[in-house]
Each structure stands twice: as structure tokens, then as C-alpha cells.
Design a protein around this ligand. Structure first.
Ligand code: GLU
Length: 471
């Protein structure tokens, strides 16, 4: 399927309901909408759909803004809050009533329920029976006293609603399937699909990219937009993201909040790169910058089948971006975590230099902080390990190495030469000297190359720690 090539300026939107954190699926549709706008030099609008007063919270709004901010998905307009647009909705409701595309319906809740029961019993699809729907030549029942009406949309009775979904292809729904939707409640507050249609119209949205859980809303919104005389946006409904078990991502099983990934030590560029590949592709490219994505992104390579969340692949991409990241930046990111772990940064090696040495093999900045602790805590070697590695046979060589460290030029090449010289002199193999050195300097056996570790600690610390050989 080829994407429509836009002739009018592209305007996309992300329209979250602030009922929780920004989740992975939402972030992905936000990314697609953002990238599409960027690709065409268009406008990306942020709209907060906060009309569900019971479930919307200011904390959730903030969580969404934080998530977007962390990912760098900057909006060009907004955020617009639906709750601040109530006057506009009332104005449009009045216009529709005046134009006859909407009507007051005085059927009570009980009456509507009873009518549905009858329809179900007769094997029909339950829907509003049109009692209050005005038609030419039809007499309406007398208005019941003291009853506030809802406003219903006068949905076309015949014909189809049809659109070419940029992801799913042609979708056609018969108008017979659609009810006369309630667009305002008895207290006058507008309902969900109506607000979305008015907003997309007012905000001149050209491309609606959203999750396919909204596919059923689209024919209703299209009919309302038609009634308003609006130009229809293009719609693209992206399939949901599945968890590793092939089921829908679930709050309980999967980390679904985008900000959880910040806490777990993922970099935003890794997250974006990974999210981009969930349901979109550019050839075989797996690793790309957001600049590249924006230059490549179109709607024709969105997949119509669900993508599966793969934590290993995300970890692999994160490892790639950690290796590519500036060491100072990474140092900033891990510092607080390391302080919590009890790191002592005084008279200790430069953190950025340590990061440079440790970042190759970690998948997250959390792992990076843990690994870097090697240089910022007092070594506490296990007595058994010391006995095993610091033997009488290697003691003279260790002492001579310590001696050599007093005068050697302090760089990796010179330190390496010193170590080799001593190995030769005492006829030892590298691990026989490297392991006790690791234990003495760091308290553990697994470290990067011993020369790099020695160099980073610096002469003073190395001499101090080696002076404890005999203990
Ligand atoms: N507010 C809806 C949601 O959070 C999205 C509506 C839309 O994109 O049209 O699921």
C-alpha cells in the first residue's frame, strides 16, 4: 500500500487519555506521528483527552509529558486539553442541532435498556430505535416533563462508511451497523467520539495514526466529520504490541511504562530506535538515528500484523547506544545510583574514564553503574580467594611488581612492559600474577585488563593497596 502523498501541510497528533503513565504502545504511536510530521516538515500536535474525569489525573498528564520529554518527542502545538474546550464543543453541538445533524433524545435510560432487551430477544443487534429522531413528516412524542435530554448524532440510515486505512487497507462499515450515537449527556457534557472528531477538525489534522483498538470508533468519527462539513484526515491504525508470550502487553507481566525503562537504565535513543522497529521497517536497518528515521519514515512500511516486544533485542540496541554515548553523559547518568551504592568519589579515578573502560559489555546504565563500583569501594577479598591466589610462590613477584610501580612511567604501555618483565623473570603465566593483583586492587577476580585497571587507579592507590600484600 502506498501512502497518500500529502499536498496540504501535514498535521499529525498524539492524543493520550491521561489515565496512567505513558505506555510503550502510546509512545510508539506518538513516535510514528511525530516522525511523519518531521518527514514532511509538518506539525505535531499534542492533545490531552482528559474528559473522563473519574480516570484522568494531573499526575498522569505529567507522566505523559515527562515520557514524551525523555524521548525527545517535542510537540509543535499544544498541549491542548479537551476540558478547556468545552465551550467550543457546546458551540458545535448547537450548530449540529440547528442544522439537523443532531437531535435531542428524551428516551430515559430505562427505556433505552428496555428497547435493547426487546431487540436482543428478537435476535437483532441492539441499537437506539429512533423514537426521537426527527424525520420529515414524522410526529415526535410529547416532551416528558422534568427530563433532561441527551443529544444524539443523526447517523445516516443507509450506505456505507469507507476509508482506505494506510495500515489496514480498505475498510467498509455499513451505516446499519452504527447507532445514533449519544454525543452529549443530559448534563450537556460532550462524549468521547464527538470531541475527537471536533478536535481533529479544528486542529486540521491530516493524518491520524493510532492504535487499532480505535478502529471501531473511526466510522463514527468519519460520519460526524462529514456532518460538520470537514475534510477527512487519513487514518492509519497500527496493530497492538504483543508481549514475549504472544499475548497483548500486560501491565502485570511486562514493563509497559516508558519511564520504567529510564529507571532500568535504558537510553532514550535506544528506546526510540527500538520502538520504531515495532511495526515499521526500513529494509534491514536495525540501528538508526532519529534523523535517519525522520528522513525515511512514511506510512507505507507500517506493518499490518502485530509486533512482538523482544527485551533481548532492546537490550542489544541499548548496548549499542551505550557504547556510542559520550562518557561524561553516561557518568552523569550513573552517579546518583553509584552514590546510593556507597561509592566514594574522592581520591578516586575519573568516572568518565572508568565508564569508557566498563561500558563495552553492559546492556543498561544500571549495569554500568554497578560495574563501575569496582573503582569506588574498598576491596574486600574473600579470605579463601586470597589464600588460593596470593600464594608463597607468587609473593616475590608481587612484591617486585609493587616495587616497580613506584618508579614506572604511569601509562598503560609502561605498566604492561613492567608486568611482562616480572612474569619473565619469575617464569610465571599472566593469570598467576594478574589474578592476585585483581584481588588486591578490587577484591574481585573479574575486571577489565589488569593494565587498564592499574592505570586508572593511579599510582597512589595502587601502592597503598599493594602494600597490604603481606596481610
Ligand atoms: N485518547 C485515546 C487513547 O488514549 C486516543 C484517541 C485517538 O488517538 O484518537 O487511547
Amino acid at each position: 500500500m502506498t501512502a497518500p502523498s500529502p499536498t496540504t501541510p501535514v498535521r499529525t497528533r498524539f492524543a493520550p487519555s491521561p489515565t496512567g503513565y505513558l505506555h510503550v504502545g502510546g509512545a510508539r504511536t506518538a513516535l510514528f506521528s511525530w516522525a511523519y510530521a518531521r518527514h514532511f516538515g509538518g506539525t505535531f500536535v499534542l492533545r490531552i483527552e482528559d474528559t473522563d474525569l473519574e480516570r484522568s489525573t494531573p499526575e498522569a498528564v505529567q507522566a505523559i509529558l515527562d515520557g514524551m520529554n525523555w524521548l525527545g518527542l517535542q510537540h509543535d502545538e499544544g498541549p491542548f486539553y479537551q476540558m478547556q474546550r468545552m465551550d467550543r464543543y457546546r458551540e458545535v453541538l448547537a450548530k449540529m442541532l440547528a442544522e439537523g445533524t443532531a437531535y435531542h433524545c428524551y428516551s430515559s435510560q430505562d427505556e433505552v435498556e428496555a428497547m435493547r432487551e426487546r431487540q436482543r430477544a428478537a435476535g437483532d443487534k441492539p441499537r437506539y430505535d429512533g423514537t426521537w429522531r426527527p424525520e420529515a413528516g414524522k410526529a415526535l412524542p410529547p416532551v416528558p416533563a422534568d427530563r433532561k435530554p441527551v443529544i444524539r448524532f443523526k447517523n445516516p440510515l443507509d450506505g456505507d462508511v469507507s476509508w482506505t486505512d494506510v495500515v489496514k487497507g480498505q475498510i467498509t462499515i455499513s451505516n446499519r451497523e452504527l447507532d445514533d450515537l449519544v454525543i452529549a449527556r443530559p448534563d450537556g457534557t460532550p462524549t468521547y467520539n464527538f470531541c475527537v472528531a471536533v478536535d481533529d477538525w479544528d486542529m486540521q489534522i491530516t493524518h491520524v495514526i493510532r492504535g487499532d483498538d480505535h478502529v471501531n470508533n473511526t466510522p463514527r468519527q468519519i460520519n460526524i466529520l462529514h456532518a460538520l462539513g470537514a475534510t477527512l484526515p487519513h487514518y492509519g491504525h497500527v496493530p497492538m504490541i504483543l508481549g514475549t508470550d504472544g499475548q497483548k502487553l500486560s501491565k502485570r507481566r511486562d514493563a509497559v511504562s516508558v519511564m520504567d525503562y529510564l529507571d532500568k537504565g535504558f537510553l532514550p535513543e535506544a528506546m526510540l530506535n527500538y520502538l520504531a522497529r515495532l511495526g515499521w521497517s526500513h529494509g534491514d536497518d536495525e540501528v538508526f538515528s532519529m534523523e535517519q528515521m525522520c528522513s525515511w519514515f512514511d506510512l507505507s512500511h507500517l506493518s499490518s500484523s502485530p509486533a512482538q516486544f523482544n527485551p533481548e533485542k532492546l537490550a542489544w540496541i541499548n548496548n549499542h547506544y551505550i557504547k556510542a554515548a559520550d562518557n561524561q553523559r553516561l557518568a552523569q547518568l550513573v552517579r546518583a545510583q553509584m552514590l546510593e551504592l556507597g561509592a566514594g568519589f574522592e581520591n578516586a579515578p575519573d568516572l568518565a574514564a572508568v565508564i569508557g573502560l566498563m561500558k563495552e559489555r553492559v546492556n543498561t546504565t544500571v549495569e554500568l553503574g554497578q560495574a563501575a563500583m569496582l573503582f569506588y569501594r574498598q576491596p574486600q577479598a574473600d579470605a579463601a580467594l586470597r589464600q588460593q591466589h596470593i600464594t608463597d610462590a607468587v609473593m616475590p613477584a608481587l612484591l617486585e611488581y609493587a616495587q616497580g610501580c613506584q618508579a614506572v612511567e604511569w601509562n598503560k604501555a609502561a605498566l604492561s612492559a613492567l608486568l611482562k618483565e616480572i612474569l619473565a623473570k619469575f617464569a610465571l603465566k599472566m593469570p598467576q600474577l594478574a589474578m592476585p593483583l585483581r584481588l588486591l586492587l578490587t577484591g574481585q577476580l573479574q575486571t577489565p585488563s589488569i593494565d587498564a585497571v592499574v592505570e586508572l587507579f593511579g599510582r597512589e592507590t595502587v601502592l597503598a593497596r599493594l602494600s597490604k600484600i603481606a596481610e
